[in-house]
Design a protein around this ligand. Structure first.
Ligand SMILES: Nc1ncnc2c1ncn2[C@@H]1O[C@H](COP(=O)(O)OP(=O)(O)OP(=O)(O)O)[C@@H](O)[C@H]1O
Ligand SMILES: [Mg+2]
Length: 251
């Protein structure tokens, strides 16, 4: 579905993405792990068109999407969330959802006025909000949401655009541990409905639990790839997360 091939992007002397190749298979939940500064978010920015790669190519469903604009990439079905949720703070939760509706764009109606939005679009938004536990807060301004709720709104809003591939940057960060299992169930349920996922998170238990396949990144490079069990057992990954001395102690 997504084929990233030999992508590179440097910021001055920092090779944030250094010859990365990665694939996301249709219907998969693919994880991307790595310690702070590994280059995960930069890779997301390159795939979604927010940053242009210095080299390499990206194909999505047999189309070359290298260096296309973010809006074009989104129209093709790749949606992404941001590590720090961005939204429209001075709009309500429902209005935030409606901005992402393809239906509204097609009909050229104002996304800012729920009264002018077709009933089926409002119903779709309401159903998604209910699913994400945000329906009761539909009239709250986004700026008044708690950080975890804002994170959920970011995810819920992306669903309004009917993603084929949804890229989630740290969906579990700041989420109450008791709610992480329901987040995992929601991702699996959406996958069963046909959405493929590429997700970054520091919560390895969550990533291993929800993902079919994982790529591990360090210093801009992919250092391991495989099933969760394979990647967690990989020596380079162990060294990254536990440290060389701890690993020696384990032997
Ligand atoms: N806009 C930028 N300008 C300069 N350097 C940047 C920029 N964005 C990222 N970097 C650098 O690129 C490297 C990769 O950063 P990136 O944010 O992609 O890491 P990450 O894996 O997402 O980390 P984290 O887990 O902390 O979110 C880091 O060294 C970072 O400081
Ligand atoms: Mg990041």
């Amino acid at each position: 579905m997504l084929d990233v091939s030999s992508c590179k992007l440097s910021f001055g002397g920092v090779k944030a993405v250094d010859d990365v190749s990665l694939r996301v298979e249709p219907g998969s939940i693919t994880g991307l792990i790595g310690t702070n500064g590994a280059g995960k978010t930069t890779l997301f920015n390159v795939i979604s068109g927010f940053l242009k790669a210095d080299a390499g190519s990206i194909r999505f469903m047999d189309r070359d999407i290298t260096a296309r604009d973010p809006s074009e990439i989104a129209k093709l079905g790749i949606l992404r969330t941001f590590q720090t949720p961005v939204g429209f703070p001075r709009m309500t939760v429902m209005e935030n959802m409606l901005v992402f509706s393809r239906h509204d764009r097609d009909r050229r109606s104002s996304p800012f006025s729920p009264a002018r939005v077709p009933a089926e679009t409002l119903e779709a938004a309401s159903a998604i909000l209910a699913d994400f536990g945000l329906y009761q807060k539909r009239d709250v301004w986004a700026e008044d949401l708690s950080a975890p709720d804002l994170k959920m709104l970011e995810f819920a809003r992306a669903m309004m655009a009917g993603p084929v591939l949804l890229m989630l940057d740290e969906p579990a960060a700041g989420v109450n541990p008791a709610l992480i299992e329901s987040l995992a169930s929601r991702i699996r349920a959406l996958r069963d409905q046909g959405v493929s996922f590429l997700l970054v998170d520091h919560n390895l238990k969550f990533v291993c639990n929800v993902c079919d396949r994982i790529f591990a990144m360090a210093d801009g490079r992919i250092i391991a790839e495989g099933t969760p069990d394979e990647v967690i057992a990989d020596q380079k990954v162990l060294e990254l997360y536990i440290g060389k001395s701890a690993k020696t102690d384990l032997q």
